[in-house]
Design a protein around this ligand. Sequence first.
Ligand code: ZN
Length: 370
Amino acid sequence: MEVQSAMDQSSAHTEFPTNLRERRSNVDCAVRDSDSNQGMSKYVPDSISSGAQRLKREVNKRYELVKFQALPEHLKDNEYIFKHYRADWPIREALGSIFTIHNETLNIWTHLSGFFVFMGLTIYTAMKMPSYGEIPGMMHHLPNFQQLRWQSVTDELTNMVAPQPQKPISRWPFFVFLSGAMFCLLSSSICHLLYCHSQRMANLLLKLDYIGIAYLIAASFYPPVYYTFMCNPTLRNTYLIGITCLGLCTIAVSLMPMFQTHQFRPFRAILFASMGISGIVPCVHKLLLHWGEPAAQTTFYLEMTMGALYGLGAVIYATRVPERWKPGHFDIAGHSHQLFHVLVVAGALTHYRAGLLYLKWRDEQGCEAM
Ligand SMILES: [Zn+2]
């Protein structure tokens, strides 16, 4: 009867895991008290001691993965993923779960590994920045930049990051993009890692995640717009101010509580996608201004590839394919959010490649208006 009662309690808690931390600390006290008084155990009734042990077992079970039905309402995001959820985990356990298998493991690592890749690219790009000392005529004052090059495989990349320039151009727009990529990927990883802690934490981290996406999209405009319209400051500043305002408006909308609800998933996808699609305007404008310029055409193709990768990612995110087709079969690997993450990293890497071409183009040709 007592065993049955414990089982009933256990299943009831699995269904409604609220106030777990409070319960856990009470139970920990009870168990600690029980342990510290072992010397007096002969004075403690068996039913109390075994009750504390049973509660401890029950609490430890809380850090086990649960099914969708057992989730609190704010964590019920994707009904096509059945199992392997973390729910109401303390920060320490949630942080430790980065190295364990659950249905967010690959969501965390797809963007965290992307973050490390972009951090490496940022350091590499910063190290290879040309200085005015490389301008012909001043080369004899400084070490020969060519001697610092890596060989073979990296030669092409190095030459794109820092070709022998006529007049080195500003790198800051490229670093705005790189900072956007790193911020987006890192905030997304943190969100997926700690989202399971509490509703308050989930709301906060989702806002951070959406800010990261808007920041990445807006920051992605900076290199193409800056380097395309470098010789026309009015046009360049108009585009840059326009996309910055659009990014800030998107962030303001994404901070609204209703924006984070599950019902708004398609709206979120449409909002971010349309922000990205608006990039078609400066892209076409670039082709009209620089028709016949190989760098303008190549960067245009790369930008279209990036748009296609982000667009496909948005469609997969909104439709929740493939888990919609086979619910429960992609809980750990292969579900839509992981595919969306991989496509975001691929799109950002494509944009990095385009950014290098812009630097090479403008470093070589310069701009009389500068
Ligand atoms: Zn995500």
